[in-house]
Design a protein around this ligand. Structure first.
Ligand code: MLT
Length: 255
């Protein structure tokens, strides 16, 4: 089944696939797409941003969408970079197609599956979205995405987060909630992966806190953690300069 995906594809150099989190879009990587020497491939997952809205049943299905996209672009190997839910998609791709990954950039994400309580929260969110649309979930998530200081500054960063969330469709959001609730633990993927991994985390991230980042790095063979001061869950949006510097260094050491 082919899905009409919106993909931002720009620049020349080492391919990096940027996979966004929930309930966001490729817009959150606007500032990363300035990193030089890189071919930036930033799709909107189905049901998010400007991509077609198709029901998706699992994180593996999002992974399949990215694998097909890379095939259609004739990209045989890329650095896979995922933010939060995008990280879950990265794990799914690496579990099934490790040769596709030249290295990983894991931003504000975690390898573990949902706890029982986490699954119950997803179910409650899902019912709320089906009842009243996405606005309530968006309003609740914004204070977790960025620090209070950044929200008060009310600049482009808040605008990027708002605009990308507002583009999410109801079926896109409910599909992702179901898929995230059912995702497997990916510790095995981290343990088995032979190539370098950069783990980036906002020091104020409460969804996937710095302890999650350190645990992931400890599981992996070749991982480095960079903690970004003054950032919450979307460190790449909130503190783009620091995050871009860490990613640019990682890419130059890898290539
Ligand atoms: C995300 O930012 O993608 C989500 O917060 C991840 C999650 O809810 O597990």
């Amino acid at each position: 089944m082919s899905i009409a995906l919106h993909v931002e594809d720009s620049g020349n150099g080492t391919p990096v696939v940027w996979i966004h989190g929930f309930p966001l879009s490729s817009l959150i990587f606007e500032q990363q797409r300035t990193i030089p020497g890189v071919r930036h491939i930033a799709p909107d997952l189905p049901g998010f941003g400007r991509s077609e809205n198709r029901p998706i049943d699992s994180i593996d299905e999002y992974g399949d969408v990215i694998i097909s996209l890379l095939q259609s672009l004739n990209v045989e190997r890329a650095i896979l970079a995922g933010v939060s839910m995008g990280g879950y998609v990265v794990f799914s791709i690496v579990r099934r197609r490790p040769a596709l990954a030249a290295g990983l950039v894991l931003i504000d994400t975690r390898e573990c599956s949902d706890s029982v309580e986490g699954r119950m929260n997803r179910q409650a969110q899902l019912e709320r979205v089906e009842r009243e649309g996405t606005s309530g979930v968006i309003a609740d998530m914004i204070p977790k995405m960025l620090t209070e200081d950044t929200i008060l500054e009310n600049d482009d960063r808040l605008d990027i987060v708002r605009r990308s969330m507002e583009a999410a469709s109801v079926p896109g959001v409910t599909s992702a909630l179901r898929a995230m609730a059912e995702r497997p633990d990916s510790s095995d993927v981290l343990r088995d992966f032979e190539r370098p991994i950069l783990v980036v985390v906002g020091s104020h991230d409460t969804i996937t806190p710095p302890d999650d980042a350190r645990r992931m790095a400890a599981l992996a063979k070749r991982a480095t953690v960079v903690e970004i001061a003054g950032a919450a869950h979307l460190s790449n949006v909130e503190r783009a300069n620091e995050v871009n510097e860490a990613i640019a260094d990682f890419i130059s050491e890898l290539t």
